[in-house]
Design a protein around this ligand. Structure first.
Ligand SMILES: [Zn+2]
Ligand SMILES: [Zn+2]
Length: 283
């Protein structure tokens, strides 16, 4: 695995993120869901976004390349073909996002249910002042894991055409920005079908953190019993994780999950030794 320390797409990505942040932050000011947002917290998110964008641009392409031989071998086991023309394109787009969201749903739900995945995802949920910049407030390893948990199984099913990949990718990231916005935008009954800032805001509350896991289609939450419909005017102010600190430190943005995984591995390795000692002592 070779690393390109100055990823060729880095500058374009930074420009893209900066532009979307600037536009979205201006829109948020028109109708904010919460008026309280310390500037320090915003500055911290901008710094973590920069770390996230750099480290994912550095690590995701080589990590994804590790899967190329498996993709070559098993790729499109269940090939999905769509007719040419507008109807075919619309169908293909819908199928792509539905399949993406199915894998995203189960990956995201696992992150909340499995301890060693939660240490990685917790940083995203330590956000107390949800806003568009929260979208990149992730530990960089999440994106690496997604290459294995979401994009790899998808490539088994789906034919990624080079022309459409960029377009799909932009839509996926733009939707992430939209659902994290600090915006009083209510979709009402449509919340059952399509996600928005209110639907995802509930997922960021300590009370409903185990609800609303989908990125695009709440359909998956409804199908698997985790849907929480936002009530009219419901935009909770209290966000974050129960019994947890704000997590606004560079340590939590970078090393925390790695240290926790190392500790867990250490504990795992220590068990047989301790057991061996007990056996020795009892002799
Ligand atoms: Zn979550
Ligand atoms: Zn979120």
């Amino acid at each position: 695995m070779t690393l390109n320390w100055w990823p060729p797409t880095l500058l374009t990505q930074v420009e893209y993120v900066a532009t979307v942040f600037a536009v979205a932050l201006a829109i948020e000011r028109l109708r904010p869901a919460s008026r309280h947002r310390p500037w320090r917290a915003l500055a911290f998110n901008l710094l973590t976004a920069l770390i996230f964008v750099y480290l994912t641009a550095l690590l995701v392409p080589p990590a994804s390349a590790l899967l190329d031989p498996a993709r070559e071998r098993f790729g499109r086991l269940i090939p999905l073909h769509f007719p040419d023309g507008l109807a075919g394109s619309i169908l293909q787009t819908l199928a792509f996002f539905l399949i993406f969201d199915f894998f995203f749903y189960w990956w995201h739900r696992s992150q909340h249910a499995v301890g060693w995945l939660w240490v990685q995802h917790k940083f995203h949920h330590q956000e107390q002042w949800l806003n568009v910049t929260t979208v990149h407030r992730y530990h960089f390893s999440e994106e690496v894991f997604r290459a294995f948990a979401i994009y790899f199984p998808m490539s088994i099913l789906f034919d990624f055409k080079p022309v459409t990949v960029t377009w799909f990718w932009s839509m996926i990231t733009l939707w992430g920005y939209w659902i994290h916005m600090n915006l009083k935008a209510e979709l009402g009954p449509a919340s059952r079908w399509i996600s928005g800032p209110q639907f995802h805001r509930l997922h960021h509350t300590p009370e409903h953190g185990d609800r609303n896991f989908a990125a695009f289609f709440p359909l998956w939450d409804r199908a698997f019993g985790t849907y929480r419909h936002p009530a009219c005017g419901e935009f909770p102010e209290r966000l974050g994780v129960r019994n947890a600190t704000a997590g606004n430190t560079l340590y939590e943005a970078t090393l925390y999950p790695i240290v926790e995984w190392a500790k867990a591995l250490g504990r795992l390795a220590a068990v047989p030794i301790r057991n061996r000692r007990k056996v020795d002592e009892s002799r």
